[in-house]
Design a binder for this molecule. Structure first.
Ligand code: FES
Length: 373
């Protein structure tokens, strides 16, 4: 079992915090050396030992709704292609043609086959090499030995997890809660390069201690400052950000409380993926390190698909705009400012206190993973 609280248990804890003027507290203070955010050698270890060797969420299952649907992007610096096969199974491959290495797919879409646009070698959805134009030019080449090179792909909890190097650590997928429910539709995908280390970027999602000072006019009027429920499950965590309207539930018997629209859950799926369950939509943000001081944010925005297949309600796009353009922009501004001062010599370490327990958990788990634990 994951050990995560049920919605009503979260609501009860939030109401208790509101009544008592408190929040969840972690056990201890963590000091993370600033050198760990600046060192390319450290980043190389994080990529080689963790990002490529653990099952990492690659895309939501909803991005591959039908056979032939695919997503191609770089993950931990390697072009990866995930595709749903005709048998419904999601597979993933190194996105490099077996002739001379060109990527066989870009972006996302739906197809019957992947045809390399350099010389036209064609691959089936299962990665097998199906056709070589003018095959007589390659005497003795065994097509069966020249399929796309697979990597480990597992579909779990509404997500596609990819393990690039080897297939160790699959046990971290055991007992995951159903993070992204069925019936979701991806309605927008975007990429944005942010000039900051990927861990500084991650930390911005994982505490509510900054809500009033950073989001005074945006998130704070709807939420609380420094009032969160913080849970760890495996190497992952979940941080709950309640809306003020949850206070109404204090008058409702616990068994009758409905929390829809009253809580935002932010899941941190180790090591570099955030999933925010917002009022009317869900955002999956993958933090792809480009170098020690730059991160690509890959964002998938999802919402429950209307039953008639029609357009999404206007409130969904309003919800997205609000998060992206107001609070999200404020978070990125802070993240970039921290990065600008990271070489200033002001700090030998950053200090994470007892309100920042999800970040402490992240660093503890990352250190353990780097140590081979
Ligand atoms: Fe793909 Fe030549 S590199 S067909």
């Amino acid at each position: 079992m994951t050990g995560l609280l049920q919605d009503r248990e979260v609501a009860a804890r939030v109401l208790d915090h509101i009544a008592q003027g408190k929040t969840d507290l972690g056990g201890d203070v963590w000091r993370e050396p600033v050198a760990n955010y600046r060192s390319e050698a450290r980043l190389e270890a994080e990529i080689g030992t963790v990002l490529r060797r653990y099952p990492v969420p690659f895309c939501p299952s909803a991005a591959l709704p039908d056979p032939g649907c695919y997503v191609a992007r770089e993950a931990a610096g390697v072009p990866i292609l995930a595709v749903r096969g005709r048998d419904g199974i999601v597979r993933a491959f190194r996105n490099a043609c077996r002739h001379r290495g060109m990527q066989v797919a870009a972006g996302s879409g739906c197809t019957n086959a992947f045809v390399c646009r350099y010389h036209g070698w064609a691959y089936r959805l299962d990665g097998g090499l199906g056709h070589i134009p003018h095959e007589e030019g390659f005497p003795g080449l065994d097509k069966a030995e020249h399929g796309l090179v697979p990597v480990t792909a597992v579909e779990r909890a509404g997500l596609v997890f990819v393990t690039q190097d080897g297939s160790d650590h699959q046990e971290v997928l055991d007992d995951l809660p159903p993070v992204i429910g069925a019936g979701q539709r991806v309605f927008a995908t975007s990429e944005r390069e942010v000039p900051a280390n990927w861990k500084i970027s991650a930390e911005g999602f994982l505490e509510g201690y900054h809500i009033l000072p950073t989001h005074r006019e945006t998130f704070f009027p709807y939420g609380f400052d420094n009032l969160n429920v913080i849970e760890a499950f495996g190497r992952n965590s979940r941080v709950t950000f309640p809306f003020r309207r949850i206070e109404k539930l204090a008058a409702v018997p616990p068994a009758e409380r409905r929390v829809d629209g009253m809580l935002t859950y932010v899941y941190h799926l180790f090591p570099n993926v955030m999933i925010a369950m917002l009022s009317r939509h869900t955002q999956m943000v993958v933090l792809e390190p480009l170098d020690a001081g730059r991160t690509r944010f890959v964002t998938y925005a999802m919402a429950e698909a209307p039953p008639d297949g029609g357009p999404l309600p206007e409130e969904v796009t309003r919800d997205t705009d609000f998060v992206e353009r107001s609070g999200g922009a404020e978070d990125r501004e802070v993240t970039c400012a921290i990065q600008r001062a990271i070489g200033s010599g002001a700090n030998m370490h950053f200090t994470f206190g007892r309100f920042e327990g999800a970040i402490v958990h992240f660093h503890r788990m990352l250190d353990a993973a780097l140590d081979g634990g």
